[in-house]
Design a binder for this molecule. Structure first.
Ligand code: SF4
Ligand code: SF4
Length: 508
């Protein structure tokens, strides 16, 4: 067992307001520089919708992530006659998104509002390109261009996740009177098997062994942009001014001092939780090869139980500090993903083993329940769990987004969330009997203690409970090279392994 620690963020999708405060706080801190104007390390997408860059989830188009071929794991990007194609593509990658797939960043000519000479018409603030400085005639795209337009056939129709739906389900989802949409905030997933790291010809991207944060060494980056292509989430961005790639750094200067990431700290809906996970680095490759149907379970398996004395001892032997072990034991990420099984990864079928997790939204079910009972949610209905199958957003859609198509995992999470609501209704309003409430919990395998803890964590949690972030003691970490390299054994092109060894003198 090669025990490693990993920061992980969880998102409670029912509570996201789509206010974009997270995106703005991230931008204000990290991407206001020239060349970074179009970058949104944190962005919030309306679903169903096309996303940013447009249709990023469509790997037939972008060829990001991994596939299993002949029993081996290989980057989709490198599909074809191996390294020959890779080398042929090194100067031109046909699957790279262009600026038109993001948007041409712009500002407005605000000064004209103040300085325009007197005239018959009101002065206007025309849009001006932040790349060329020229006036733009027409703005056709932005980072949240289809914000709140989830039901619109113009945008929702292009959502790659709709491929999984039948025609009648698609129609149901996009009919105006049935319209329902929700928001999906996205940052880099700081994956266990990151395509960006494995693809970099320069060996500039590395995953820190001590906390799992994936970073790009700006001195080593040579602008090949393979990271942009190989990341199926399209979270590395090319800075056209510096000629280097950049990405979300999980706010490492903040988390090292025990502060929450800027996006999480500023989150108005308090939908985000940050915690630690322990995982077994020896099992990354075998986990990434598991079939779509089972890959989420395999991801749960590779996460180690921080309360297991053997794991605790192994962590200590591996040099993990005591305050990190305690933090892992109190980790909201561990509880939600592994213990209660209510959170799920985004597109696990891309096989990067993403380490951020989402609680699927329950609200469409409750909305239906209200309408069926004349405006009153009736949790006593004997078939309340069946309503889950009648959601406005079909379970199949959520499964395409969060569980590689495994609908049972989504249903499991939704039922548990529903059971907790029923139990709390019993406790707080009293119109549900104790037997009904406890029966609901028993049906989904939750105890009363679990239900209380889930309710507290998702609804009432304090700052310290939402963000269980231990301080990093760099002064006592002489044995851990902060630039520890993630080595993708045997799957990396361009001799990167060798390069990393030479560069850093060690690998793990
Ligand atoms: S999401 Fe994963 S593959 Fe993409 S940049 Fe982040 S770590 Fe790399
Ligand atoms: S700040 Fe929070 S609630 Fe607002 S859009 Fe971001 S994740 Fe959603």
């Amino acid at each position: 067992m090669d025990i490693r620690t990993q920061f992980s963020m969880s998102f409670h999708l029912d509570k996201c307001l789509g206010c974009h405060t997270c995106s703005v706080s991230c931008k204000n801190i990290w991407t206001t520089r020239r060349g970074a104007e179009y970058m949104w390390w944190n962005n919030v997408e309306t679903k169903p919708g096309t996303g940013y860059p447009v249709t990023w989830e469509d790997q037939d188009r972008y060829r990001g992530g991994w596939e299993v071929s002949g029993g081996n794991l290989r980057l989709k990007l490198l599909k074809g006659p191996g390294k020959i194609r890779s080398l042929a593509n090194i100067f031109f990658q046909p699957n790279l998104p262009t600026i038109d797939d993001y948007y041409e960043p712009f500002t407005y000519d605000y000064q004209n509002l103040f300085n325009a000479p007197a005239g018959d018409d009101q002065p206007t603030a025309r849009p001006r390109s932040l790349i060329t400085g020229e006036f733009m005639e027409k703005i056709v795209l932005g980072p949240n261009w289809d914000d709140d337009m989830g039901g619109s056939p113009v945008y929702a129709a292009n959502d790659p996740n709709l491929k999984a739906l039948s025609e009648s389900q698609k129609e149901c989802l996009t009919k105006f009177h049935k319209l329902f949409f929700f928001y999906v905030p996205r940052i880099c997933n700081h994956c266990l098997n990151p395509g960006c790291v494995a693809s970099c010809p320069s060996g500039a991207i590395y995953k820190r062994g001590e906390d799992g944060i994936v970073l790009i060494d700006q001195d080593t980056c040579r602008a090949w942009r393979f990271c942009v292509s190989a990341c199926p989430f399209k979270k590395p961005y090319y800075n056209w001014a510096t000629g280097k790639s950049e990405k979300c750094i999980f706010c490492y200067p903040r988390v090292e001092t025990s502060q929450a990431n800027a996006c999480a700290h500023s989150c108005v809906g308090r939908i985000r939780h940050v915690g630690l996970l322990f995982y077994d680095a020896d099992r990354i490759e075998e986990t990434a090869k598991v079939s779509d149907e089972r890959i989420v379970e395999a991801m749960r398996d590779i996460i180690l139980d921080p309360n297991d004395p053997a794991v605790e001892e192994a962590a200590r032997k591996a040099g993990v500090e005591d305050n990190w072990i305690v933090a892992a034991q109190n980790s909201p990420a561990y509880k939600m993903f592994v213990k209660w099984r209510i959170s799920l990864p985004n597109h696990p079928e891309f096989r990067t083993l993403p380490m951020n997790f989402y609680l699927p939204p329950l609200s469409p079910i409750l909305h239906d329940a209200k309408s069926d009972t004349g405006g009153t949610f009736d949790p006593i209905s004997s078939d309340f769990f069946n309503d889950i199958d009648k959601m406005r957003v079909p379970v199949r859609y959520l499964a395409s987004l969060l569980s590689a198509g495994n609908e049972q995992l989504v249903i499991e999470s939704l039922k548990k969330q529903m059971a907790v609501r029923i139990y709390q209704r019993h406790k707080r309003i009293g119109d549900v009997g104790a037997d009904v409430a406890k029966n609901a919990l028993a049906q989904v395998g939750l105890s009363v203690e679990d239900a209380d803890e889930i309710y507290t964590l998702l609804s009432l949690a304090t700052y310290e409970e939402r963000f269980v972030i231990p301080e990093t003691h760099r002064e006592s970490q002489t044995s851990i090279d902060p630039r520890t390299v993630y080595e993708k054994r045997g799957t990396v092109g361009f001799g990167k392994k060798q390069h990393n060894r030479e560069l850093l003198g060690r690998s793990w």
